[in-house]
Design a protein around this ligand. Structure first.
Ligand code: 5AD
Length: 338
């Protein structure tokens, strides 16, 4: 199953198979491929959801601008730096600043924030995930000390992209941003949801082909989960099984990619994240946003939130990863091995 090239038919076969023995083989092949490059090491990222204001109106997303039921928040620089300090003390060497597309964070402010974090933690990687911005902004963020950028493409099929987003949002723009980010030198992350309304197996095939072409350093793949007060609130959630197969196929097509076991998988299934590691994922992004923010960053319903002290939550997670037979690499930046 580990091979140089895949035909469309072969990929479609594994995207859609209902044969559990076949899926098992796929997971094992993906895990083996991961281990050839990363061993059983799992990298950890300190996720900070710094704003849930968003100017976009994506049909699937709970923090879309027209959801008036969402209580909005924006963390102060000091609150964000406090999260970084907590994360750093716990052993995290990567911070991920994730937020809605919040115009309050102008290019200048976002760069100032990155610069402040970089100055205080010069050895830590900084990942930004703040949506579509100009080349000038991306370059300035890079120069301020950001190393990585996450921007899921969501769907690379034009009609499907248009079924998920308002007309003001363009797939061409999304692709352009991803290309720019790579050109600037960011370790770049793309990704998509599995099981969004109107998605077909051919959409997922196109997503895989797009990843092969783009060669991102990271790929985030999670199931769609309906969010209250959105146009897709009453659609069913995506399948955990299909999501896991997409994780494995991505690993087989891009052997050295960094693949997170996503929170969305952990939300739909108690063992979703462990299963995802078994299927070829090698990154976990625990949420270290302060209480209050964690609950309000409600991109979908029932999003997993811990109630313990953050240190207890992280050590529990490390125990779970170790118990599943993996080696948690706290203290490592976990850069992509390109
Ligand atoms: N279900 C699952 N994932 C979602 N995202 C946004 N809304 C949902 C949802 N309802 C994902 C998108 C986005 C990422 C931050 O979260 O893929 O890029």
């Amino acid at each position: 199953m580990v091979k140089k090239s895949w035909t469309d038919d072969e990929l479609l076969h594994y995207i859609t198979t209902e044969d559990s023995a076949e899926a098992k083989e796929l997971f094992a092949a993906a895990r083996k491929t991961c281990e050839e490059h990363y061993g059983r090491d799992i990298y950890f990222r300190c996720l900070i959801e710094f704003t849930n204001y968003c100017k976009n109106d994506c049909f699937y997303c709970g923090i879309r601008c027209s959801n008036t039921q969402t209580e909005r928040y924006r963390l102060s620089f000091e609150q964000i730096l406090e999260c970084c300090r907590t994360g750093n003390t716990l052993g995290f060497r990567t911070f991920v600043l994730q937020g809605g597309e919040d115009p309050w964070f102008t290019d200048e402010l976002l760069c100032e924030l990155v610069h402040k974090i970089h100055t205080e933690f010069p050895d830590n990687a900084i990942t930004v995930s703040a949506g579509e911005r100009s080349r000038t902004c991306y370059k300035a963020l890079f120069d301020a000390g950001a190393n990585r950028y996450l921007l899921r493409h969501e769907s690379v099929d034009n009609d499907h992209y248009a079924a998920l987003h308002p007309p003001a949002m363009l797939l061409s723009e999304r692709k352009k941003c991803l290309k720019t980010l790579k050109e600037i030198g960011f370790q770049t992350g793309a990704g998509f949801m599995v099981g969004t309304p109107f998605q077909t197996p051919n959409c997922l095939l196109a997503d895989l082909r797009f990843l092969q072409e783009l060669q991102p350093h990271m790929v985030g793949i999670g199931p769609f989960i309906p969010a209250a007060n959105t146009p897709f609130a009453h659609y069913p959630a995506g399948s955990v099984a299909v999501t896991l197969r997409m994780v494995s196929l991505t690993r087989l097509l891009l052997p050295r990619v960094l693949l997170p076991a996503t929170t969305a998988l952990g939300t739909l299934s108690d063992v979703g994240r462990e299963q995802s590691l078994m299927a070829g994922a090698n990154v976990i992004m625990p949420n270290l946003s302060p209480p209050g923010a964690r609950e309000r960053y409600s991109i979908y319903d029932n999003k997993f939130n811990y109630n313990d002290e953050v240190g207890d939550y992280v050590s529990d997670l490390l125990r779970r990863v170790t118990k599943a037979g993996f080696v948690p690499k706290m203290g490592a930046r976990g850069d992509a091995k390109v």
